[in-house]
Design a protein around this ligand. Structure first.
Ligand SMILES: [Fe+2]
Ligand SMILES: [Fe+2]
Length: 186
């Protein structure tokens, strides 16, 4: 099955577990590799969150009971994640504060992922057809390719921002990634 046939819930759930798995391996990794691993976590999490806010949260807002407040809660958690990622970006991987910030990122992320997977995703899946879920999966895949790869916590985090400005920010991030030799996929 190509990634294009994946339903959005499977796709996002796979993302969650890949990021959490990588994150949990950083403390035990060779200190020289920690920076690269953390940068990959940051890039993947940014792409994931922006794509969710563009295509998945609006559908949750429309279809879930109490959707508006659930989405608001989720967006606040994305903002918290982004702030910790910004901090993590500026701390040297050899600094003890690096692992401390990483631990905070993991705690917020685990909580956020569990809200989405236990509560919101099953409700969303129950409301949409298989075709709609696959279609949303394709949109998410495409959005992830153009999304920012670095945290921008000071920028407005609205859906509109990501639709209008997001791809531009993503392109600038990719240029910086290239110039600094930072390895991020896609
Ligand atoms: Fe998610
Ligand atoms: Fe999320």
């Amino acid at each position: 099955m190509s990634a294009g046939d994946q339903d959005v819930v499977e796709l996002l759930t796979t993302d969650h577990h890949e990021v959490l798995d990588l994150l949990s391996r950083i403390p035990g990794a060779d200190p020289a590799r920690r920076r690269d691993m953390a940068d990959t976590v940051i890039a993947e999490l940014m792409r994931h969150s922006v794509a969710e806010e563009m295509y998945v949260y609006p559908a949750m807002r429309d279809h879930l009971p109490d959707g508006e407040s659930k989405v608001q809660h989720d967006v606040e958690e994305h903002q918290q994640l982004e702030e910790v990622m910004k901090e993590l970006e500026s701390i040297d991987a050899a600094d003890p504060r690096f692992l401390e910030a990483l631990g905070r990122l993991e705690a917020v992320l685990r909580d956020h992922v569990s809200d989405e997977e236990r509560d919101q995703f099953p409700l969303l899946r129950a409301q949409l057809s298989a075709e709609q879920l696959v279609d949303m999966g394709q949109k998410v895949e495409t959005a992830k390719k153009a999304a920012p790869t670095r945290p921008h916590p000071a920028a407005p985090h609205s859906e509109l921002f990501h639709k209008l400005v997001g791809p531009g920010v993503g392109m600038v991030d990719r240029m910086r990634d290239k110039l600094t030799g930072r390895s991020t996929s896609a």
